[in-house]
Design a protein around this ligand. Structure first.
Ligand code: NA7
Length: 533
């Protein structure tokens, strides 16, 4: 299949949840497609994030494809929250079951894509030096694909082992007998820290911003429960498709400020006891009303006090400068209790910032720390990183990087002006990371598939969003974000974790169900906002 003249209908970039389903869907409709994947296996996010404790924060039965009833019935999830190896196993099963592997090229990074306006074709170049022609390109590149390691002075001089949670060695890491430093206390750090603490000789956690974390209460899945879910999947999935979160429940419509303090506390207690991030949706006003949000923050603070024995450490672990849920709530197993261990210390790098590394370890303004290994749990260039990695040039040779110079601009999070026939799965401007990603991905894949079928049926060669539609959508996404508390946190949703990245709230916060209705209405209206030619 190699060669300069290779041509397919669709080039798909990425073989995670998005790329695998996109390939399956396009094949079913008779289009030829190839998937380029930079990893040496399928799985995307779940291929790379193999750090100890890596686990999804959405429950197993819902973090799964709904497109195949047979797949739903035959796959047996084993825990309430799926661990990384189980999700990776599931995606490998999907690749085999639907015979996807013959169209997936591993170890193949897409380095460039250039639109040829005469032919209405994309030329897609890979790191292997091949150029392939494709009528359409689908960027199935994921929201959290490009890991970020801060640029600390002297890092190269450090003689110990260095890891990033998002590109963990496939053979695993043994921290037994080692002195380990973990930098970062987002979801990845919070999952890895208890595991590394249990294995290593000593662990130092460098925290810049504490996270709100709730107990997962993970446990083996009761086979009886799983049977009930399987029998109920059609209804369950339908609720998820219409819900604000892509999960099979609608959230409480009551307002925190309308109930008594005692009722509020009971609600929080019961959700804390149940485990998981549903506590973030305990009341409908938590994400729009600071006073309401403060009640949940105070509740979580009180829980930290209950668990952490040293009051000064408990104090440091309490987030105080942003509202709950404006950074993703973390879902943990024994995170706060880990700080009661004798071999764990917490360093607040707000108080004493990291100055740099030397051969033995790192220095803050207050002290020096020696390590055998350092783990960066420092997150990702989220949502745009993987899209802006390759050199993508559209109409008139305009680079996507330039079009998005002031922040990502899309129509529906699916398409961007000047880049005809290029579609993004779970792109900026879509609900993506604010929802159950698998639901969001399926909705996008199905919409793109229907759209391409429409263009093909009409015998057309080009689909492009209009500037008016894109302007309107950008305004709508910003307008909705402005009605919430989301802008009050320096989160990766806003690009705030990457120095120099434009501060723009990237996901669509109007809810998954409402977003789906908009996408459906656009399609029903002859793909309003797109020029088809
Ligand atoms: P996150 O949530 O972006 O967390 C990264 C953490 O690393 C966070 O605590 C950061 O502190 C910290 N960080 C980043 N840069 C630095 C520097 N220079 N110094 C000290 N600390 C730093 O990434 P995760 O991988 O944990 O989670 C990503 C998503 O995956 C998560 O939201 C879930 O959706 C699943 P900061 O908050 O920036 O002060």
């Amino acid at each position: 299949m190699m060669g300069a003249n290779r041509e397919v209908d669709v080039a798909i970039v990425g073989a995670g949840f998005s790329g695998l389903y996109m390939l399956h869907k396009l094949r079913q409709q008779g289009l030829s497609a190839v998937v380029f994947e930079r990893g040496n296996g399928v799985g995307g996010t779940w291929f790379w994030n193999r750090y100890p404790g890596a686990r999804c924060d959405v429950e197993s039965q819902d973090y799964s494809y709904s497109f195949s009833p047979e797949l739903e019935q035959e796959w047996e999830w084993t825990e309430r929250y799926p661990a990384q190896p189980e999700i990776l196993g599931y995606l490998n099963h999907v690749a085999d079951r639907f015979d996807l592997r013959r169209s997936i090229e591993l170890d193949t990074e897409v380095t460039a894509a250039t639109f040829d306006e005469e032919a209405n074709r994309w030329s897609v170049t890979t790191g292997l030096g091949e150029t392939l022609r494709a009528k359409y390109v689908v960027m199935a590149t994921g929201c959290l694909s490009n890991g970020r390691v801060p640029d600390f002075d002297g890092m190269d001089s450090f003689a110990g082992e260095v890891y990033h949670t998002g590109s963990w060695p496939q053979e695993g890491v043994d921290f037994t007998g080692k002195r380990v430093g973990v930098i970062g206390t987002g979801s990845s750090g919070i999952q890895a820290i208890p595991e590394i603490a249990a294995q290593s000789e000593h662990l130092t956690v460098f925290q810049r911003t504490p996270s709100f974390s709730v107990p997962a209460r993970n446990a083996p899945l009761d086979p009886q429960f799983l049977q009930e879910v399987k029998a109920d999947y059609p209804r369950r999935r339908e609720v998820a498709r219409r819900s604000p979160t892509g999960l099979p429940f609608l959230g409480n419509q009551a307002l925190a400020m309308d109930v008594t303090e005692e009722e509020r506390r009971d609600t929080y207690e019961s959700l804390w006891g149940a485990g998981g991030f549903r506590i973030g949706g305990a009341f409908a006003d938590l994400i729009v009303n600071q006073e309401a949000n403060d009640t949940l923050a105070a509740f979580i603070h009180s829980k930290i006090d209950e668990v952490v024995e040293d009051p000064s450490i408990a104090e440091k672990l309490k987030p105080r400068d942003y509202p709950v849920s404006t950074k993703r709530i973390c879902v943990d197993s024994n995170y706060y209790a880990t700080f009661n261990r004798k071999n764990v210390r917490l360093v607040d790098v707000r108080e004493s910032p990291i100055v740099g590394f030397d051969e033995r370890g790192l220095k803050t303004q207050a002290a020096e720390y020696e390590f055998d290994a350092v783990v960066f749990a420092t997150g990702f260039d989220a949502m745009t990183g993987a899209l802006l990695g390759p050199e993508i040039n559209g109409v008139n040779g305009v680079a996507l990087r330039d079009h998005w110079d002031a922040g990502p601009r899309t129509y529906l999070g699916l398409s961007t002006v000047g880049f005809p026939n290029l579609f993004i799965v779970a792109g900026p401007g879509s609900p993506s990371v604010l929802t159950n990603m698998v639901s969001a991905i399926e909705q996008h894949v199905e919409w793109i598939s229907d759209h391409l079928a429409h263009v093909e049926e009409l015998g057309l060669s080009r689909s492009e969003a209009t500037l008016e539609a894109e302007d309107g959508w950008v305004e709508q996404v910003n307008g909705i974000a402005d009605m919430t508390l989301f802008s009050n946190a320096n989160s990766w949703y806003l690009g705030a974790n990457v120095p120099g990245k434009p501060r723009v709230f990237m996901p669509y916060a109007g809810g998954f169900g409402a977003y789906r209705e908009t996408c459906d209405a656009v399609a029903a209206d002859g793909y309003r906002g797109f020029v088809l030619s």
